[in-house]
Design a binder for this molecule. Structure first.
Ligand SMILES: *Cc1c(COP(=O)(O)O)cnc(C)c1O
Length: 386
């Protein structure tokens, strides 16, 4: 065996997963247990209580760490639980600089929950390094960005954001849910913390809710590990198994999601009833050059605006037959959504408009179906919405 680090697709299938030593089972067992028998007080096989340590979860944590090129991984019951853990490591008085185009639930937990505990948050356009720099205060401990962002697919220069944070004594956390590690590895660009909703591309089949944190710094890992056990928002063993099953095909799926999305984005740009398309893979997109430099592909998410009013948008998204009208993203099936009333409904309208999220914006999670059927479905729905 060569000692070189295996390539990404090999890690996706094998990292963290050795055959079960008791039986040789090739798949990681779903250990349905809450506790473990000890030989002697504190003498055990590394597992004492299932909130603290769990073998199926450990396999997933190792797998995700390998995929992000991280030394350590920690899994949580949801993406929001992972996000909350990063903020729980801060203290009252600390300040966070955030991008202004974030998942609605992230905005909600920051402003409606953690603000009550004395952590303060400022929102700035993270695609503009000057705007990001201007949002810092002497209390800033953390910078939080999504790239590509949700739902406008804006690209933040992660290397520049990391340099800026580090120069001010802060850390950079990147929510890498939209790209997945198959397309972008923020730790290699200088980020300190990567957060995922494994519900999306990592799980990949819309059958599980989960989250993860990946880091290289051991002290930071110990802090988050302490919180994982102390707060207790851990995923169940079957959920961990499902995400492990998902990551095995992550590179294959991301290639297909990306190819389908690129074709659909071009199709929509050429459509006379479409006013605007946001997709970093389009050469005219403001984030295209940066995305090309820091990502291995442009991903499966598109957002666009139709000509006409909001009622037309509602008619259009309700008349698709292959695309399902639903929240979430990253599964094999195509989804269509209306961020202003669905995923981003918890952001006040004024804030949404300021960030460029129009009332009529439509978001697509492009699946792995045949792209001809996807394009025909959108065309038919646009036609009958007139
Ligand atoms: C879905 C999502 C989350 C939240 O994850 P859950 O698993 O739903 O808790 C966070 N960030 C992004 C970018 C998301 O899409």
């Amino acid at each position: 065996m060569s000692s070189a680090e295996p390539e990404f697709a090999t890690l996706a299938v094998h990292a963290g997963q050795a055959p079960d030593p008791a039986t040789g089972a090739i798949m990681t067992p779903v250990y349905l247990t809450s506790t473990y028998v000890q030989e002697w007080p504190e003498r055990h096989k590394g597992f004492d209580y299932a909130r603290t340590a769990h073998p199926t979860r450990l396999a997933l944590e190792k797998n995700l760490a390998a995929l992000e090129g991280a030394a350590f991984g920690l899994c949580f019951a949801s993406g929001m639980a992972a996000t909350s853990t990063v903020i729980q490591a801060l203290s009252a008085g600390d300040h966070v600089v955030c991008g202004n185009d974030l998942y609605g639930g992230t905005y909600r937990v920051f402003t409606k929950v953690f603000a009550r505990f004395g952590v303060s948050f400022s929102f700035a356009d993270s695609t503009d390094p000057r705007a990001l720099a201007a949002a810092f205060t002497p209390k800033t401990r953390l910078v939080w960005v999504e790239s590509p962002s949700n739902p406008l697919l804006r690209i933040t220069d992660l290397r520049a954001a990391a340099d800026l944070a580090h120069a001010r004594g802060a850390r950079l956390a990147v929510d890498n849910t939209f790209a997945s590690p198959a397309l972008q590895r923020p730790l290699s660009l200088g980020a300190d913390v990567v957060v995922h909703s494994t519900t999306k591309y990592l799980g990949g089949h819309s059958d599980v809710v989960g989250g993860a944190i990946l880091v290289n710094d051991e002290a930071l890992y110990k802090e988050y590990k302490f919180l994982q056990n102390a707060v207790g928002a851990v995923p169940g063993p079957l959920d961990c198994f499902l995400v492990l099953r998902g990551t095995k095909t992550l590179p294959l799926r991301m290639d297909k999601h990306g190819a389908n999305a690129a074709a659909l984005a071009r199709h929509l740009v050429a459509h006379p009833e479409v006013a605007k398309v946001h997709y970093p893979g389009l050469p005219g997109d403001p984030g295209h050059a940066l995305a090309k430099a820091q990502m291995r592909g442009f991903g499966g998410m598109i957002s666009f605006e139709l000509k006409g009013d909001l009622e037309r948008v509602k008619r259009m998204i309700s008349s698709c037959r292959v695309f399902s009208l639903a929240e979430s993203l990253g599964g094999v099936e195509s989804l269509i959504g209306h961020p202003a009333s669905m995923t981003h409904g918890s952001i006040p309208r004024e804030e949404r408009l300021k960030a460029g999220l129009a009332d009529g914006l439509i978001r697509l999670s492009v699946g792995i179906e045949d792209v001809k059927d996807l394009a025909a479905d959108l065309d038919a729905a646009i036609d009958c919405s007139r």
